[in-house]
Design a protein around this ligand. Structure first.
Ligand code: G16
Length: 532
């Protein structure tokens, strides 16, 4: 074990720091992450051995966060987020105070989890464009070398591309291979599905895509080339990946969603479709300027409703009426979207805590589960039963056959492992083209209640404990009662506060019947929160 200790000594844990595996892995200032990434590498290797040598993924990214931050998360064999029960192991390894204690923790995990250390572990990894990425990759490689892990460095990829690769690698010899395990294989799969869905459908013209100056820019360019300009035209903006300080700065999906305005410097005609990705291209929001110059946001809720209604229509048209479709949202979902789904689309809605890991699992309970966070992170998952029904169904008419072919192509177009901005972009483009809708028609499906999301800095965000899918605070004691008293004063008022799992802050969300009231409610709840 001297190899282990020697390697660990090169990655000392900062003193007096407590790390925890949050909404999307570990995320913080990049200069605090070296030991954490090293230890995540150790856990990735153990997880692979525990799962009989299946390939585990590691992504080094801080997604929507500021350029100085970075993060690391693990990807399970089917391309899903790390199983929740292993998050505590990640946290305990990350917090072992010394190299010797780290070794003790590591060996404890081997024995308590019954890990067979004879198995050669396999790990693949990738990173986003942050300046701190290469040094953190070196820390990860150190751990993988110390544990004699077979690994492949995939360099720069979007987070969902790495999820895709992990699933492809682990299913290559199975009955349901997910695809070719290469980056080009990813583009080919999406492009071929998109082209099938666009046969005979006039293209909707150009979409402008703000890539947050992140990894999504070069990857979208490659995807667009593979799809072909005859069916997919996009204008890529905010693509300065060579200037790391510009990442997510005044642009990107998080900026547009929270500021509810165009990225400064945008020059787009009214009613032109615009979209923004985030720093690792796992979130997507759409928006446009109305003819009177008003900014209109088409966020994750609008993408979910668009996808759910289209898939619902398609399954019916194909004759697959028995497939149950459901939508999964979080507390951030606009109240109008939830009413629209339940009343107009007549589909069930489930609410989970924030974090794709929670939504994904809830979505798997439906035959077809559509899950999106309002911030634009989401996808659609098809159960094995649904996939089988779609594969085996014998259409009874040419119309059913055509709908069935489209449904099959849709299954391939959607990255079912995790929310994927590039795949979701093509999905939205296909649906709008099929419906012959511009952004205004899409926006007109329902009207969002005015809302506001505020970030509040507090001395200790861990003091904020929630219940009821994060809609109510249990601690600090008494805060929820104060929020309730305020909310009661506003027509259609709703507000909640929860600690962020990716930033050192508490988020406050509010909505109300009038814009001014939603703003005021958010400000007053933020004032309450800031006192703690
Ligand atoms: C991550 C998670 C999302 C979550 C977001 C914000 O997104 O993957 O599920 O909505 O963080 O989480 P929180 O409010 O806890 O900070 P991303 O795009 O940053 O990876």
């Amino acid at each position: 074990m001297s190899l282990f200790l020697e390697a660990s000594q090169r990655h000392p844990k900062p003193e007096n720091r407590k790390f925890s595996y949050g909404t999307a892995g570990f995320r913080m200032k990049a200069d605090l992450l070296d030991s954490v990434v090293f230890r995540v590498g150790l856990l990735a290797s153990l997880r692979s051995q525990k799962l009989q040598g299946k390939t585990i993924g590691v992504v080094i990214t801080a997604s929507h966060n500021v350029p100085e931050d970075n993060g690391v998360k693990l990807v399970d064999p089917m391309g899903e987020m790390l199983e929740a029960s292993w998050e505590v192991h990640a946290t305990s390894l990350a917090n072992a105070p010394s190299d010797e204690q780290l070794l003790v923790e590591y060996e404890n995990l081997i024995s308590t989890l019954g890990v067979n250390t004879e198995i050669t572990p396999k790990v693949v990894f990738a990173r986003d464009t942050r300046e701190s990425g290469p040094a953190l990759v070196a820390a990860l490689q150190d751990a993988l070398a110390a544990t004699k892990t077979d690994f492949v460095d995939h360099g720069l990829l979007t987070t969902p591309q790495l999820h895709y690769l992990v699933r492809c690698i682990n299913t290559i010899d199975s009955e349901q291979p997910y695809g070719e395990p290469t980056e080009q294989g990813y583009y080919n799969k999406l492009a071929s599905a998109y082209r099938k869905l666009m046969v005979g459908i006039p293209s909707n013209g150009e979409v402008t895509v703000d890539c947050a100056n992140g990894v999504g820019a070069p990857k979208l360019r490659l995807l667009a080339e593979t799809v072909g300009r005859d069916v997919f035209q996009c204008s890529i903006v905010n693509d300065s990946v060579d200037q790391p300080s510009k990442l997510n700065h005044q642009c990107g999906a998080d900026f547009v969603k929270t500021q509810q305005r165009l990225p400064p410097g945008s020059h787009v005609a009214s009613l032109a479709r615009c979209a923004s990705l985030d720093g690792d291209a796992d979130r997507l929001v759409y928006y446009f300027n109305d003819s009177d110059g008003t900014f209109r946001l088409l966020d994750g809720d609008k993408i979910a409703t668009l996808a759910a209604s289209f898939i619902g229509d398609l399954t019916k048209a194909a004759g697959l009426r028995s497939l149950n479709i459901g939508v999964v949202q979080t507390a951030y979902a606009n109240g109008s979207s939830t009413s629209y789904i339940t009343k107009t689309l007549a589909l069930p809605v489930v609410c989970t805590p924030t974090g794709v890991k929670h939504l994904h699992h809830a979505a798997l309970k439906f035959d077809i589960g559509v899950y999106f966070e309002a911030n634009g992170h989401g996808t659609v998952v098809f159960s094995n039963g649904a996939l089988q029904d779609i594969a085996e169904y014998v259409p009874e008419s040419p119309a059913q056959a055509a709908a069935l072919e489209n449904l099959k192509a849709l299954v391939d177009l959607i990255n079912q492992t995790v929310g994927d901005a590039l795949s979701d972009l093509l999905l939205v483009e296909v649906i709008l083209a099929h419906k012959r809708w511009g952004p205004k028609e899409w926006d007109g499906t329902y009207t969002d209640l005015p809302n506001r999301l505020v970030r509040v800095e507090v001395s200790d965000r861990t003091a904020f404990m929630t219940t009821d899918a994060e809609r109510r605070l249990m601690e600090p004691v008494g805060v929820q009662e104060k929020i309730d008293a305020l909310v009661g004063k506003y027509k259609q008022g709703r507000s909640f506060a929860r600690a962020s799992g990716t930033e050192d802050a508490v988020r406050v969300y509010s909505e109300a019947a009038e814009r001014g009231e939603a703003e005021e409610l958010a400000r007053l709840v933020a004032e309450i929160v800031a006192q703690y």
